[in-house]
Design a protein around this ligand. Structure first.
Ligand code: SIN
Length: 271
């Protein structure tokens, strides 16, 4: 483990608070320890990380190529997605989802930094998609085996675009199909990989069967026994694995302001 690094799990399956590290200055030994902790705990939390925009981006680049999000609001750099909620324009990603699943190569992980935190509320929750899958049991495992689902950016981002922009974006970003149960490329663990934000339907089954499957999988993710919850402070950072978790931002702080900034690392094609 990197010198002085502390890892305090939040639950047995998901989440750990990491201390004794400055994310602006991560040597190779510390990087390896963080990588192991990331795979073990699926979402890591860091406090008091006073990173510049460049350092935030640089930390993201240690993990892979970065996403330039075509639909989200750009922050201080093209690699930064700014998620802002104010009294006049309240917004929170209050749906269980994994980031960018509408890409052929969706996200490996997201690194979210809190800029402005409301005095109360605004927590984010994460669910362990592998623990949720395990709890479904053998019958469901057999039923889900080999199924794929359609993921479409239009469900979330379509309403921000004109008809013309939607058509142009559709050409650039066609509907993609990913396995309903994804195998983690590094740990080999299987986890639920459908979410209500981007999945339109399970492929090649009747509409009512698709709905039954999506509803059951969403319920599995919504189980508090596979979740952890994080209370933000200014300059807290959460770094989560989008390949095996889903998250939900609470919408419970209006009319206060909440501003967070996300760097999103690109992953590989799910299998
Ligand atoms: C996200 O969905 O990437 C952002 C989560 C949050 O605002 O806490």
């Amino acid at each position: 483990m990197g010198d002085g690094l502390t890892i305090q799990p939040l639950t047995a399956c998901i989440g750990a608070e990491v201390g004794g590290v400055d994310l602006a200055d991560v040597d190779d030994v510390t990087f390896d320890a963080l990588h192991k902790a990331f795979l073990d705990h699926k979402v890591l939390f860091f406090r008091d990380q006073h990173l510049s925009v460049e350092e935030h981006i640089e930390f993201g680049r240690r993990w892979g190529e970065l996403e330039i999000h075509p639909f989200a609001r750009e922050g201080a750099a093209p690699e930064i997605v700014q998620i802002e909620s104010t009294a006049d324009q309240p917004y929170a990603a209050s749906n269980w989802h994994s980031d960018v699943t509408w890409r052929e190569c969706p996200s490996l992980g997201s690194i979210l930094r809190a800029r402005v935190v409301p005095p109360a509320g605004g927590d984010t929750l994460w669910a362990d998609a592998c623990a949720a899958y395990d709890r479904l049991g053998d019958e469901w495992h057999d039923r889900l085996d080999g199924l794929t689902a359609s993921h479409d950016w239009l469900k979330v981002f379509g309403r921000r675009l004109s008809e013309e922009e939607r058509e142009a974006s559709r050409e650039q970003h066609p509907v993609v199909h990913h396995p309903v149960v994804r195998t983690h490329p590094e740990t080999g663990a299987k986890g639920i990989y459908t979410n209500r934000s981007f999945v339109t339907h399970v492929d090649d089954v009747e509409a009512d069967e698709s709905e039954e499957i999506l509803e059951r999988l969403e319920r599995a993710i919504m189980d508090p026994n596979v979740q952890c919850r994080f209370r933000w402070q200014t300059d807290s950072i959460a770094f989560w694995d989008n390949r095996c978790t889903q998250h939900f931002a609470t919408n419970d702080f209006w009319p206060e302001t909440r501003i967070v900034e996300r760097v999103t690392v690109i992953g590989d094609t799910p299998y």
